[in-house]
Structures are given as structure tokens and as C-alpha cells.
Design a protein around this ligand. Structure first.
Ligand SMILES: [Zn+2]
Length: 278
């Protein structure tokens, strides 16, 4: 039953970190796409309520209330058209975790959820948005699940990705990593530290280690004005608990949809799912 003893208070991150994947673009069979208008409404509502985004450099435990780190995984090209301009208009920034071997290429690393393969951001788009104060960091070199790799392959993923980023964008781009699928264990942490990363983002439950920070995923059903991860009421806590049960920032489940229909207490089955986390 390890992992079931959820300490709800520990799931609250200060400051919170929101994790999005795709914004707008073609519909998909998966659950990681959030519509452009939903995203625009969420960000506008947050700005109106006084929330402000943090740059990676500003992301510290002592950051002011109502600040959050906004993150995107995978670095799809549609971010440059659908998300970044909305953020820039609001005075927001974001950190995008790039799959460094796929910059400027199409997605062949994922299950194909859409009719056409998706395009990733190019280096010139990345450099353009970086000049406007947006941060970029590592999501591995090829989006492999790091916990499944042997030591040599793990080191290659961590180091080549970081070397590519720092060569292209300078030393600050080598500070942070979001582990693909949120999958991390003590061996991955040790190697990430040895490779030179200072900040790491995994699943929903952090462990106090800067290299295992927590994030709250925003899935396609999260259509309210304020993303669940930033809500301080009961459903915000519920959302964090459920996200912990689902556990992977990149993999969705139908648990949340069922919960929203019930809007009752956390069912045993959802809590049990949390016990599988790495
Ligand atoms: Zn990913």
C-alpha cells in the first residue's frame, strides 16, 4: 500500500508548477491537447486574478504568493502560434522542455494520436521566443523513459540533451529537466545531478529535492477558468490527488473524468493507483 498514505498538504507546491503539452492544433485521440480558447481563457483569468508567471531563474521556494511556473512538455511547433503569443500579450512567460533530438523535426517518438505527425519547434523559433524572455530546458534527447535505460544509455540521454541546449542557447538552458513520463528514481536523480542539472520535474508528488520537483498536469478535460492545479478549494486538492494517482505528467487516464462526474471523495481505486508510482 506504499503511496496510498497521501499527505495532501505535501502535494501543494509553493509555487505551483503547471504542466501543459499541446495547445490547439489538430484534435487527437489522446488527452494531452488543450484547446487554444480554453488555454487563452485560463491564462486571461489567472492574470485577471493577479497570478503572475515565474521565469526559471525566479522559481524559488520563496517566490511571492500567486506566482507559478508555467511549463510545456515536448516542444510542439504549435506552441509558437497558439500559446506563446497569448502569454506574451498577458506579460506571462513559460518554460518549454524540448526533446532535443527532435527540434525542427516531426514526432516519430510517440504513439500517433493525430492524422498527420506533429511538428516540433525549430531552433529559430526557440531562439526568437527566448529573446522575448521564454525559457527552454531539457525533456531528454529522444523522450525515452529514463528509468528503463541502462546506465550508459541514461547518461547519453541526459548529457547529450544538456550539451545540445547549452551549445545552442547558453549555460542557463542546461539547468532544468522534465523527465519524460515523469519517470524518475534515485539512479536517474543521481545521474541527472552528475550531468549538471539543478532542477528536475517529475510527477505530482515531489520529495523536497530540487531535482524531483512536482508538477500538476492540465489535461483536455480541465476546461474550467482556473486550472485545477492552481485552485485552492476542494477540487484543487482533489485534482492534485487524482493527478498523483494518475501520476505521470504525460499519460492521462479516465479517472479524472469519472471523478468529475461523481465529485465525491477519492475512491479507493484511484488511491490504489498511486501505489504504482516509481
Ligand atoms: Zn513528454
Amino acid at each position: 500500500m506504499r503511496g496510498v498514505d497521501l499527505d495532501v498538504a505535501a502535494l501543494k507546491t509553493a509555487p505551483p508548477v503547471l504542466c501543459y503539452h499541446r495547445i490547439g492544433g489538430p484534435l487527437e485521440l489522446g488527452v494531452t491537447r488543450v484547446g487554444r480558447s480554453v488555454f487563452a481563457r485560463q491564462m486571461t483569468e489567472l492574470a485577471r486574478a493577479g497570478w503572475q508567471t515565474l521565469s526559471l531563474a525566479q522559481f524559488t521556494p520563496h517566490a511571492a504568493r500567486r506566482t507559478f511556473l508555467l511549463t510545456f512538455d515536448d516542444g510542439y511547433a504549435s506552441l509558437a502560434e497558439q500559446a506563446f503569443p497569448i502569454l506574451a500579450d498577458l506579460g506571462f512567460t513559460a518554460t518549454t522542455f524540448l526533446i532535443t533530438d527532435y527540434v525542427g523535426k516531426t514526432n516519430t517518438w510517440d504513439v500517433q494520436y493525430t492524422w498527420n505527425r506533429l511538428q516540433h519547434l525549430t531552433w529559430s523559433q526557440i531562439e526568437q521566443w527566448r529573446a522575448r524572455g521564454f525559457d527552454f530546458a531539457s525533456h531528454g534527447a529522444t523522450h525515452r523513459r529514463l528509468t528503463w535505460l541502462d546506465d550508459a544509455a541514461l547518461a547519453t540521454e541526459l548529457r547529450t540533451s544538456r550539451a545540445t541546449l547549452t551549445a545552442r542557447l547558453g549555460a542557463v538552458a542546461g539547468r532544468a529537466i522534465a523527465y519524460p513520463f515523469g519517470a524518475v528514481d534515485t539512479r536517474v536523480l543521481a545521474q541527472a545531478r552528475a550531468a549538471g542539472y539543478e532542477l528536475g520535474f517529475a510527477g505530482v508528488k515531489g520529495n523536497g529535492d530540487a531535482l524531483q520537483g512536482s508538477r500538476v498536469p492540465v489535461y483536455s478535460w480541465d476546461v474550467g477558468n482556473v486550472p485545477i492545479g492552481l485552485r485552492e478549494d476542494a477540487i484543487g486538492v482533489l485534482g492534485r490527488v487524482v493527478a498523483h494517482a494518475a501520476n505521470r505528467c504525460a499519460v492521462g487516464t479516465s479517472i479524472m473524468q469519472r471523478l468529475r462526474q461523481r465529485s465525491g471523495p477519492l475512491p479507493e481505486s484511484a488511491a490504489d493507483a498511486g501505489s504504482t508510482h516509481a
